[in-house]
Design a protein. Structure first.
Length: 240
């Protein structure tokens, strides 16, 4: 089979679409040796509250002159985030079921933002969503190029035949270059996710994956990618 690879920066407790890409590929590479961007998904995400959505932001400062993997984490921020999750989701059906995962995320001290993000994403993807995707870090590769050429070199070293990218990258990726290197470029589409029973209507998709986990438990994969299989199965039965 053609090897499928995605390369993305790590994010703080990312939304379900991030894990949809993880599930789509054989190998997922964290691109954390690039510049840290402030007020971005690297250090914050949204949760649902009775008053609407709210940002959970890690106070890592506004210094732009550092890589994501070099951003140190402050002391004593975890308790406030854990408490905010409990206040917002304590009544959700599966909140109690995920206390071990919350303990692993908020019960230990990580040295850097990248370490925290990568640990959390790996744990949710493998232990909760049961994906088999292999995770790697871009620092494992010997690459001197930058920007798009850097992506292509990493993909070459992984032996990728297909590169799966989020739609936001359309503004700076030249698809013709990937074709020249014999790599198929696939743009991820996030539309069509089914809604699920969610506290505090109206429904919002663009929140941390924790929202989904707390509401539907281990049925979460069905709401991230499983619904597509059901849709294809229904369409096939209709044709038959």
């Amino acid at each position: 089979m053609s090897k499928r690879v995605a390369i993305l920066q790590s994010s703080y407790i990312p939304w379900k679409g991030y894990f949809d890409i993880v599930h789509d590929v054989d190998e997922f590479i964290f691109l954390d040796d690039v510049q840290y961007t402030i007020r971005d998904w690297r250090s914050r995400n949204r949760i649902k509250t009775p008053q609407g959505t709210r940002w959970l932001s890690i106070p890592v400062g506004s210094n732009r002159n550092r890589r994501i993997c070099d951003v140190p984490l402050p002391q004593s921020w975890q308790a406030a985030h854990r408490r905010a999750l409990e206040l917002s989701y304590g009544r959700a059906p599966f909140f109690a079921s995920f206390q071990p995962q919350l303990d692993s995320i908020y019960g230990q001290q990580f040295a850097t933002l990248s370490e925290l993000n990568q640990f959390t994403i790996r744990a949710i993807a493998h232990d909760v969503l049961r994906t088999t995707t292999v995770f790697r870090d871009s620092r494992e590769f010997s690459v001197n190029a930058s920007k798009q050429d850097r992506l292509l070199e990493i993909l070459r070293q992984t032996g990728a035949a297909v590169y799966v990218s989020g739609p936001a990258a359309k503004s700076y990726i030249d698809g013709s270059l990937f074709a020249l290197h014999g790599i198929e470029l696939v743009w991820k589409e996030y539309g069509g996710y089914p809604e699920y029973p969610q506290l505090y209507p109206p429904f919002v998709h663009e929140v941390s994956v924790l929202d989904l986990l707390f509401h539907v438990g281990h049925e979460a994969p069905r709401y991230i990618w499983g619904w597509r299989d059901q849709k294809l199965s229904t369409a096939s039965m209709t044709r038959d």
